[in-house]
Write a protein that binds this ligand. Structure first.
Ligand code: C2O
Ligand code: CU
Ligand code: CU
Length: 508
């Protein structure tokens, strides 16, 4: 019981402390860890998972193995398949159903602080992996929550302040897949016909070791590798049969944007994105996938022949800024992403359903601040980054215009037009899925916009949106169920670590 009281206590100060923004931290992270290191006896999980972050060695390239950091784990209660590794990879997949109760014991076996964030999930403040809860080497953090998200492809990654970029880069990331009844009714390809591809770029030295952000320039533009790994594998080839697949793609790269297209010019069929299935399938000549975004594609290979090979490529585009002395493979360069090889004949697939799911649309006129949207401006210059002129430096700081009311619908405008240095920023909001209602491109940057804009999937539910140079994007979002501090930030992980991140506070 001591434990429970302690938690309530911590929660109260975590939320209330934020109001004392100007001064001293109102509570110590120390207290937070201690409160979170034990399970609550009256919480009865359907699924219980042990998850550890630890150093490891992987044969990523031919020759020497690569030192990495990895998530390892297992399901210790409930369906053992709730925790698996992606086939042939070191990336874990947590697969659960909406409504299930989860307990996850996270153990930090790194030699630096860490904490896990469940990207895209709607959770109480204390379960969200806010950096204020980062635990030290050797410590544990126990997460307990009920899954409250529609079916979709979410993910998880570390979130300790200042170290997120490097921890993800070294290998700490996993998929968090939620299923539900609505998705089941859509009868999409499942089991071996439900694939996942995690796209990440890496830079290796001559000894096959990972190289990470060596200088200010590489942090300012966002770190870029020159090799693309799919599910941790170089030169990835996906064997398929002559049938239809559901493929979930996650851009797990620190800062690379992909402009995905088939090399034979066939359009892509999009069926889902960040927050699950779209209402109906969309066809696009190419799909733009910014860091942390997900997209689900329907891929029908039934008219292909055994032996066919098809390459998924990233096409060239103009990302706005490119810096001198940057990566060998700048954002916007063209490169092959992966190959699909048709290796067996299978029965003809069932047709793609015309209706996939129901999405109720928020209406701009229902937003409490429809007259004067909150505006957030990411900016860069002089070796610094900011959001509305502020940086993330105190764990519990919020400004006046970062306090919202529980159970209200708001419109937020992301305005990428107030910066000395212009580049595209993928902006992410914790705690909810939002809807994109408007993009206002700046004619001065039309050149950049036109090379990527047709690939934006703004339909459905989103938790990351790419805001192009000069662009203003309006989002509608509703703050439900939980009060407390949540983050919003640029998902170029180097920008996030440098402080292009802020808290917002949901108040009762
Ligand atoms: Cu995926 Cu706060 O991030
Ligand atoms: Cu997140
Ligand atoms: Cu950014």
């Amino acid at each position: 019981m001591f434990n429970v009281d302690r938690r309530t206590f911590i929660q109260t100060i975590a939320a209330g402390g934020a109001l004392l923004a100007a001064g001293k931290p109102a509570f110590s992270a120390e207290m937070a860890h201690r409160a979170a290191s034990e399970a609550t006896p009256d919480f009865k999980p359907d699924v219980e998972i042990e998850l550890a972050a630890a150093p490891g060695e992987l044969p990523l390239l031919s020759g020497a193995t690569t030192h990495v950091w990895q998530f390892k784990g297992k399901a210790v209660r409930g369906d053992p398949s709730s925790f698996q590794m992606l086939p042939g990879s070191a990336l874990p997949v947590i697969h659960v159903r909406n409504g299930q109760k989860l307990r996850i014991h996270f153990a930090n076996h790194l030699d630096e602080d860490s904490i896990v964030h469940w990207h895209g999930l709607h959770l109480p403040h204390r379960m969200d992996g806010h950096p204020m809860y980062a635990i030290r080497p050797g410590q544990r953090f126990v997460y307990e929550f009920r899954v409250d998200n529609r079916a979709g492809t979410y993910w998880f990654h570390p979130h300790p302040h200042g170290r997120t970029g490097e921890q993800v880069y070294r290998g700490l990331a996993g998929l968090f897949i939620v299923s539900d009844d609505e998705e089941k009714a859509a009868a999409l390809p499942s089991a071996e016909f439900d694939l996942a591809w995690v796209l990440q770029d890496r830079l290796f030295d001559r000894n096959n070791q990972l190289v990470y952000a060596r200088n200010m320039m590489e942090r300012m533009q966002g770190f870029l590798g020159d090799r693309v790994l799919i599910n941790g594998q170089a030169d990835f080839v996906q064997p398929v049969g002559t049938t239809a697949y559901r493929v979930r793609l996650l851009n797990g790269s620190n800062s690379r944007i992909y402009k995905l297209a088939w090399d034979d010019g066939r359009p892509l069929t999009v069926i889902g994105n960040d927050g699950g299935l779209l209402e109906r399938p969309l066809q696009r000549p190419y799909v733009t996938l910014a860091p942390a975004e997900r997209v689900e594609l329907w891929m029908d290979f039934s008219d292909r022949s055994v032996g066919d090979q098809i390459t998924l490529r990233s096409l060239p585009f103009n990302a706005g800024m490119s810096m001198m002395g940057g990566s060998a493979m700048a954002n916007g360069s063209a490169f092959p992403v992966l190959r699909v090889r048709v290796d067996r004949k299978l029965a003809k697939p069932r047709a793609l359903p015309a209706k996939l799911s129901n999405i109720s649309r928020y209406r701009l006129e229902d937003a409490v601040n429809r007259i004067s949207p909150r505006t957030f401006s990411p900016a860069m210059g002089m070796g610094q980054v900011s959001l509305n002129g502020r940086r993330f430096d105190k764990m519990d700081e919020v400004a006046e215009n970062e306090i919202v009311k529980l159970n209200t619908l708001e419109v937020w405008e992301l305005a990428n037009d107030a910066s000395m240095m212009m580049m595209a920023h993928p902006i992410h909001v914790h705690n909810l899925q939002f809807q994109v209602v408007q993009r206002k491109a700046d004619p001065r940057f039309a050149g950049a916009y036109e090379t990527l804009g047709a690939g934006f999937i703004d339909e459905g539910w989103k938790d990351v949106v790419l805001v192009m140079p000069g662009e203003r994007v309006k989002l509608l979002m509703k703050f439900t169920d939980y009060t407390g501090l949540y983050l919003y930030h640029c998902h170029i992980l180097e920008h996030e670590d440098m402080g292009m991140m802020r808290n917002y506070l949901v108040q009762a």
